[in-house]
Design a protein around this ligand. Structure first.
Ligand SMILES: [Zn+2]
Length: 59
């Protein structure tokens, strides 16, 4: 399964598809040549902090 990354360079913003085997390594954007770090874990960075608890009601 490939990882999709967005080039951090604002003037490029190319979508890169890299294999999972490059996690934790650096890859180079084919469009602009910027080296970017492939994160070890990808996925939604959203935390579950915004969820309202159901079980604890003050009554
Ligand atoms: Zn780029």
């Amino acid at each position: 399964m490939a990882i999709t990354l967005l080039c951090p360079k604002l003037t490029c913003r190319a979508m890169l598809r890299v294999p999972e085997s490059v996690r934790g390594k650096r890859v180079r954007c084919p469009e602009c040549g910027t080296a970017l770090m492939v994160p070890l874990k990808t996925g939604p960075t959203r935390q579950q902090a915004s969820q309202t608890p159901k079980s604890k009601s003050p009554q």
